[in-house]
Design a protein around this ligand. Sequence first.
Ligand SMILES: C[S@@+](CC[C@H](N)C(=O)[O-])C[C@H]1O[C@@H](n2cnc3c(N)ncnc32)[C@H](O)[C@@H]1O
Length: 233
Amino acid sequence: MHPKDPIAVRNLFNSTASTYDILNDLFSFGLHRVWKKKLLQWINPSSGEYWLDLCCGTGDMAFSLAKLLGPKGHVLAIDIAEETLAVARKRSVYRENPSITWLQTDVVNTGLVSNSFDGAIMAYGLRNLYDPEAALEEIYRILKPGSKVGLLDFNRMVKGSQGECFQTFYLRRIVVPIASSFGLRDHYEYLEESLKTFLLGEEQERLALEVGFTKATYRKLAWGQMGALCLTV
Ligand SMILES: C[S@@+](CC[C@H](N)C(=O)[O-])C[C@H]1O[C@@H](n2cnc3c(N)ncnc32)[C@H](O)[C@@H]1O
């Protein structure tokens, strides 16, 4: 599958929706929760604000964010894949009144009103977008001046580095074989593919500044295996 084909990406996430959470926990040994928590600490949303969770998937980040924003705040959680949103909606039934609206739309072209949100997060979304630059422009447009944005994803390692060797080994020898036992080999082979064309941390910073963000800082996590781009509008 080509990472830049939006329909194929949507189909892929629709077909992994039911096992996505289990495999996420398995492959990261539950650590994705720690990295997501760290991202929220870095961007520090305030109670009562109106935030976006972009590429929300099954809703992990939206639930944590809604908790931080409190009863007066609100999360608009967006994803392009209807099946992942169906899982998120089901999960929200078991939560205590999370103030979240789930919306199926494309992050690259949301149709939302300009200058209307106090901040945005995106976990493991940017790498999967067919046009990351257009997505950053769209995020910039719909946020209020001074808003904070946090984007968490794999950190693309420099070719030939020790980190890259570990990443490749881990994806090929651990992730893909385990995914195969769930009948999802192709789906997880896509992960390595999507990393090949993903922007390096400093390229992400540069692109965000070109789009118009006033501040862009890329921070590494998990011994450099993950990275977070923190932006200010
Ligand atoms: C790897 S999952 C991440 C889900 C969740 N944020 C998490 O951290 O567990 C990537 C998500 O991005 C969504 N996605 C991909 N392209 C998108 C687009 N153009 N617009 C909105 N969502 C998109 C997929 O449907 C998928 O649910």
